[in-house]
Structures are given as C-alpha cells and as structure tokens.
Design a protein around this ligand. Structure first.
Ligand code: MLT
Length: 235
C-alpha cells in the first residue's frame, strides 16, 4: 500500500486520485470544524469552494446552517464562522450545514475520481487511519495547505495519520513527503512551541483563536470518519 502525501491540494493532479483513498486534511480549522459538526449530529455537511455557491445552495435547501470564513473571519451574513466551538450540538444537531472556507472546502471539492474520500484531522486520527487501511487502496494524504503553499500544521496531522497507518500494517510504502510529515509529527508531538510559530497557526493565535488551535490538536476524541461522496460529507 503506497502512501503519498501532498502539501497542497493545488499541486495534486486529479489523474493521481484514480483508484486511491484520499484523506483530506485542513487541520486548522476546516477539517476539524466539519468533523465536529458531524460528531455533534449535523445530518450532513456540504462543502463548497465559493462562498456565493454556499449561499445559493443554502437558499435552495432552506432550513440549513451556513458556515464559513475568509482569512479566518466569519463571512458576512453567514450563521457561523470556522471555529469548531461554533459547531456545537445546540447549533447543528439534526441540521444540514453548508460550508465554504478559504482552503479546506476547496480541497475536498477537487477530489473527483478518487475511490474514497475521507476527512481527517487529529480528532479522528486513529479512526481515519484504520478506515483507510481497511479500504485497502493506495492512500493519498492531501493537505489543503494555505493559499497554494504547504502549511506545516496540515503536515503535522498528515504525519500523525501516516504514523498510525504504519503501526497498523507492515504493507506500507511511504513517499518522501510522507516520511517528512512523520518526522514533523514526531518532533512536535510532545512540544508544540514551534508548531504555534508556524504561519497559519500564529496568525490564528494573533486573531484570538488560541483555544481553537488547542482543540484542533486534541487526538482521538472520536471514532467517526466523515466520508465525502457526491458533494456531501456524512458519517
Ligand atoms: C481554511 O479553509 O483555509 C481554514 O480552515 C481557515 C481557518 O482556519 O479559518
């Protein structure tokens, strides 16, 4: 089983996805918030690349929650931003959620052609690794990155998931980027100081989202693995 990691989904040709299981990661904060919405009972999450598309889908569906951000800030007229704490049981249980974020939702929307698309983050790290191993396909860990560049926070989560996969099966052939991601995870897992100084993370902390960052780093608090099919994330 090959594991390939891409630091930014924008660098990943769609022809590479055919026959693979994709694990899509935007650790800070979109993968975490969408996973948390489903853990808290949202019936489904519909990710969109463009904010206007989210507004139009929500308008057509009626009765759903509209969430998302640009540059970390809640979009004007939207119900929720991109903090996982906003996707509480009270806010989302029993409801459909339509979400558009700067990078994370666009990454998911570009995964046509893959056999399976799973949403990964630290909250479901071991569960998403197990599910990917069970599916038996080659695995692509696709990081959202930040505006076309790699984002070290995503690589940290990619490394944690790759490490968990490696502990579950010997039948693994990691690409060089996967090995680098595992090194990042091993280096930072017990000391997050350098993680906190990385570009997107430090920007979120400066904006007052330190508690979000701490939450996104919590590991294995759910066994639920959202799967993206036909434009919809569900569990
Ligand atoms: C994104 O999609 O780029 C992020 O989730 C941004 C954020 O942290 O709000």
């Amino acid at each position: 089983m090959r594991i390939k990691t891409f630091g930014s989904y924008t660098k990943l040709p769609s022809s590479h996805l055919v026959g693979c299981t994709v694990i899509s990661i935007d650790l800070l904060r979109s993968s975490t918030s969408m996973t948390w919405a489903l853990v808290n009972g949202a019936t489904k999450v519909i990710p969109t690349t463009e904010a206007a598309e989210a507004v139009s889908i929500a308008g057509r569906m009626g009765g759903c929650i509209l969430g998302g951000e640009r540059g970390g800030i809640k979009l004007p007229g939207f119900d929720l931003g991109n903090s996982p704490f906003e996707y509480s049981k009270e806010a989302v249980s029993g409801k459909s959620v339509v979400v558009s974020t700067t990078n994370g939702t666009g990454a998911l929307c570009g995964t046509e052609g893959a056999s399976n698309v799973l949403l990964g983050c630290m909250l479901n790290c071991t569960a998403v690794a197990r599910k990917a191993v069970e599916l038996g396909n080659d695995i692509i860990i696709m990081c959202a990155g930040t505006e076309g560049d790699i984002s070290a926070d995503d690589l940290y989560a990619a490394g944690a998931i790759a490490e968990a996969i490696t502990q579950m099966t010997n039948n693994v052939s990691p690409c060089d980027m996967t090995i680098v991601a595992r090194m990042i995870y091993r280096t930072w897992k017990t000391d997050h100081r350098e993680f906190f100084s990385t570009f997107h993370c430090s920007r979120l902390i400066k904006m007052g989202f330190e508690k979000d960052v701490e939450f996104c780093l919590r590991r294995d608090i759910t066994d639920l693995v959202p799967e993206y099919r036909n434009g919809v994330l569900s569990i």
